[in-house]
Design a protein around this ligand. Sequence first.
Ligand code: D5M
Ligand code: FE
Ligand code: ZN
Length: 472
Amino acid sequence: MDSIDIVKTLASKGYMLDPDALGLLEKARDPGILDRLLSGIDPSALTITMDDVARFQARPPARKLPSIKILSDITNNSTCIGDYDEFVGYFRDRYGRLGDMMRHRVSARPVEIVKKKGFSRTEKSEVSIIGMVSDIRDTANGNRLVELEDQTGSISVLISKDKDIFDMSLLLDEVVGVTGTVREGGLLMASSIVFPDVPNTNEPHRSEEPSMAALISDIHIGSDTFLEDPWLKFIDWVNGDFKDDQSHDMVSRLKYIVVAGDLVDGIGVYPGQDKELNIMDIYDQYRKAAEYFDQIPHDIKVIITPGNHDAVRQAEPQPALLEDMRRMFKHPNITFAGNPSAVEIEGVRLLIYHGRSLDDIVSNVPGASYSRPEKAMVELLKRRHLSPIYGGKVMIAPEAKDHFVIDPLPDIMHSGHVHTVGIGRYRGVTLVNSGTWQAQTDFQKRMNIQPDPARAPLINLKTGEVSILNFN
Ligand code: D5M
Ligand code: FE
Ligand code: ZN
């Protein structure tokens, strides 16, 4: 709106305008401000001042925000070249760190010693081991036989179908603690199983300010099913295009926007993708993305991490977007980080992981589904690992350190990938799956995956409360 329109609109309602106030209104790039001003101002006022305008601004001038601290990220820290020896080191690190999380609860003995116990005596006292699951089978009698390994050897563990623990789902390559009695021949009859898990005394960190963070993902810019209208509605909303008080309250506190991967649809991600693209060039896709993100108010801090559709290596952990793409973004407050990455915002720890392993959880954990992604995320959190199954959907690069181990514990875990929205809490940790800005694709139609497009979950960093806004 130009100055003449602003003055005319206000004059038609009987208000005059200070020149300073007019300057502020022009500068605000805040399409909803006149409506808010007119419905909120004292009707007996004659002249609108700069203070009046400031009161109705969607985003009051920001105080200096604390910086975003990166706690862990593979970007520029990759050690892996793909040697066999590296896999040995990778799994040793996984076993060591997950095992350590259980040692105070399980007084584990080495597998080789435990097996000998079975040969030497017939005593019925219980023993414990910590091992990595290398095989899971059902026996002819309907029990479950699991193979567990530590550095000393491998042992067979029988989980009887008559025990409660039979209902616990075990995954290949995860690290668990098992207690039971050893039979002659060295078979361990399990009586209890523990995961690395979250301590039940866990208290999340909270910000001192009620700052809001919008958690989004799977925008898929460049796809012909990308929902540009709702997306632009979101961008306008962030810029103040609303009339309601609830939006005003939220946008005035909105300090962060986090993107958990699949910013663009990419090129050659699946067979026949070119028939479903609007933008056929990967650079053009990122150029378009940069154009959208530059419209986000510059005092909002943005974090962008990649997903399986982005133009970085497919093996996870994935590094941040390349410099070629990053420099297209003119927004001055964007942090580009890897997938996964752990960051600290106002003292609150946020774990960002695109979520490709959720496909593995949905297909391997009975009861897990695409419609309740937060439940699948709980399965990852209990295992303190973002991608327990090796050789599933996630191609894992054998880094010296296992970047998928969930340590330190996050206060918020943010994923996407499955295109459904889910909010949950597990032992103090808030779980958010942030849906998508892409309509149902042909592939998803065939797989019967129903997406929840154009929703933006917003989390209050002081309370941990999440609100889902619908931009459809
Ligand atoms: O994934 C979006 C959703 O669709 C996610 O739940 C996986 C599923 N999907 C997509 N492509 C495939 C293939 N080829 N096999 C199995 N499941 C798939 P996105 O990463 O956005 O494509
Ligand atoms: Fe996606
Ligand atoms: Zn994805």
